[in-house]
Design a protein around this ligand. Structure first.
Ligand code: PMP
Length: 359
């Protein structure tokens, strides 16, 4: 019954299909819909993938020794604390499968990432959705919402789609209130973009809070969304539970090589961050000049009030060859989310939005 009642995750349609529907040339379309890295994959990743072609007939290394080794050194954690997934989505679902069942509940915020309710419901558990505060997580209310049957809390920092984040002090106050048998999943998919010095680094809190699990991904700042690799960092005890249910070959050998290469590629990460910072400033300035209300974001996307029905605005932008993401499924019918692109892509978006506004 839990599975039957699911509202499936609705990813955006492929650019080619949208272009065909709109009668547009796909090569002229600007896609700012899925929070992807506008730089494209790092050349270091592409080279690594090319070098692995001879291994396509071989099974991947189930333990992902190479990536585990590089990542554990980079994050200064034990290799056994890491659990890999086919994107961090996979790890989120795995966490729910391992720790939730009928009769349990999980707490998350209104406007939080849409995969949490799906994962909770698929595990047969009940979702407790806590009203948001200023589009962000109301951590105090979330702590109060924890019941005796609650086994998991999902926090997203930065949050998608609102781009809000909370500080280390706020997180610590929250963690102190959570009973130790409740697992706190801190989803840090956009961590690398949150450059503010007050933004918490979940890794530094793991020793103090053994019930904390971080999830991160190579899909965003590391530019490997199509490769599908994400991971959690947790206590060894929790990762040993997750690894019991993890599909043994859930990350392929091509993307493992790509991820190892980009982890060493500081230049790519710095460029990703810089392009994002510049693009965010460009889009915010554009919003201000058009008097558009937006939610300040610490991620690689920004959500704004379309001033009309969000899906209508999305359709009109689409006709002009710009794809953004409606967020009506998050309960935000008047808003749209736009991913930060390259300078000329951001300009195309702002010009198209201005045309829509004035038509
Ligand atoms: N968490 C959040 C908050 C996200 O926005 C996303 C991507 N949309 C993910 C997790 C999952 O990303 P991936 O599976 O590509 O790692």
């Amino acid at each position: 019954p839990g599975v039957r009642a699911l509202n499936p995750y609705l990813p955006g349609k492929p650019v080619e299909e949208l272009a065909r529907e709109q009668g547009l040339d796909a090569s002229t379309i600007v896609k700012l819909a899925s929070n992807e890295n506008p730089l494209g994959a790092a050349p270091s990743s592409c080279e690594a993938v090319a070098g692995m072609m001879g291994e396509l007939a071989r099974y991947p290394d189930s333990s992902l020794y190479n990536l585990r080794d590089s990542l554990s050194r980079k994050l200064a954690v034990e290799p056994d604390q890491i659990t890999f997934g086919n994107g961090s989505n996979d790890v989120l679902v795995l966490l729910a499968q391992c720790y939730l069942k009928e009769g349990c509940s999980a707490v998350f915020s209104e406007y939080a990432f849409v995969v949490y309710p799906i994962a909770v419901q698929a595990a047969g558990a009940e979702s407790i959705v806590v009203p948001s505060k200023h589009w962000g997580h109301d951590l105090e209310a979330m702590a109060q919402a924890i019941r005796s049957d609650t086994r998991m809390v999902f926090l997203a920092n930065p949050n998608n789609p609102t781009g809000t984040s909370f500080s280390e002090a706020e997180l610590r106050i929250f963690l102190e209130k959570v009973p130790e048998e409740v697992i706190v999943v801190l989803d840090e998919a956009y961590f690398e973009y949150a450059v503010d010095s007050g933004h918490p680094d979940g890794i530094l809190l793991l020793k103090e809070y053994p019930n904390l699990v971080l999830t991160r991904t190579f899909s965003k700042a590391y530019g490997l969304a199509g490769g599908r690799v994400g991971y959690s960092v947790s206590s060894v005890e929790i990762s040993s539970v997750l690894n019991r249910l993890r599909q043994p070959f859930n990350v392929n050998n091509l993307v493992e090589a790509a991820a190892v290469a980009v982890l060493e590629d500081e230049d790519y990460l710095n460029r990703s961050r810089q392009v994002n910072q510049d693009g965010m400033a460009q889009i915010e300035a554009g919003f201000k000049s058009m008097n558009i209300d937006y939610i300040p974001s610490t991620g690689n996307f920004i959500t704004f009030n379309a001033g009309m029905n969000g899906v209508d605005c999305y359709q009109r932008l689409l006709k002009l060859g710009v794809i953004v993401r409606p967020v009506a499924n998050y309960g935000m019918p008047d808003h749209l989310r736009v991913s930060i692109g390259l300078e000329e892509e951001n300009q195309r978006f702002l010009d198209a939005l201005s045309t829509v506004k004035h038509s």
